[in-house]
Design a protein around this ligand. Structure first.
Ligand SMILES: N[C@@H](CCC(=O)N[C@@H](CS)C(=O)NCC(=O)O)C(=O)O
Length: 228
């Protein structure tokens, strides 16, 4: 049994980012699946010990407990000595990755999760009324974030850190795959962000498919289409 335990739900964007990284680097881990829809994050005793704030992803590495996907990704990249491009040792390149990770949660994630949670997850996952005002605010924030993402964060090459994929790419990728479950597409076919997504998917290959099994099933079922 691997000593690394990861608490996650593939419905969650930051959880998928961590699972993607583990799968892409073939790092062995024990899955502890926490169903957000069933409120398991509030009840699971082990999760309460590993992360008293009860958010996922959370990690238990042989007694070392960590939450926050960005911190978990940096920790795993350092501990497992993965190829350098994931979290570059050259400090300028690493700073670019960190710059994105600092920006993501209050911009691109705030927009995408604000839209998705209020319009789709509340009614279709949690049995709560949709909040369309907050969903609209999320959508506006997401569109603004995508403009910045393209003009600034994707200005240095194929990926955020330059020509190679890094942990920074995994977070926005999973935010935008969340939106791909809906009938709203916040960017044009062939746009910079669209091409970047295709490049990420291509390079991640089977790891992408494994982490996105839930997303791909939902797309097939049309669960998060506005009129379903
Ligand atoms: N900034 C955190 C966000 C974690 C987060 O919000 N996770 C959600 C699922 S996407 C969660 O655990 N929600 C349950 C809750 O907040 O009670 C990260 O990147 O790990």
């Amino acid at each position: 049994m691997p000593e690394l335990r990861i608490f996650y739900d593939l419905l969650s964007q930051p959880c998928r980012a961590v699972v993607l990284f583990l799968e892409a680097n073939k790092i062995p881990y024990e899955s502890v699946v926490i169903s957000l829809a069933e409120g398991a994050h509030m009840k699971n005793e082990d999760l309460g010990k590993v992360n008293p704030r009860r958010t996922i992803p959370a990690m238990d590495d042989n007694g070392f407990h960590l939450s926050e996907s960005g911190a978990i990704l940096r920790y795993l990249a350092a501990k497992y000595k993965v190829p350098d491009h994931w979290y570059p040792s050259k400090f300028e390149n690493r700073a670019r990755v960190d710059e994105y990770l600092e920006w993501n949660d209050s911009n691109l994630r705030a927009g995408s999760s604000g839209f998705f949670y209020n319009k789709f997850a509340r009614p279709k996952v949690f049995g709560l009324p949709a909040d369309l005002v907050k969903a609209e605010e999320g959508k506006e924030k997401l569109e603004k974030a995508i403009t910045t993402f393209e003009s600034y964060f994707l200005s240095r090459g194929k990926f955020i850190g330059g020509d190679d994929i890094s942990i920074a790419d995994l977070k926005p990728l999973c935010e935008l795959t969340q939106i791909s479950m809906t009938d709203y597409k916040p960017y044009q076919d062939g746009s910079k962000v669209d091409v970047w997504m295709k490049n990420c998917k291509e390079i991640l290959g089977p790891a992408y498919d494994k982490a996105h099994k839930f997303v791909n099933d939902v797309i097939e079922q049309g669960l998060f289409k506005s009129n379903s």
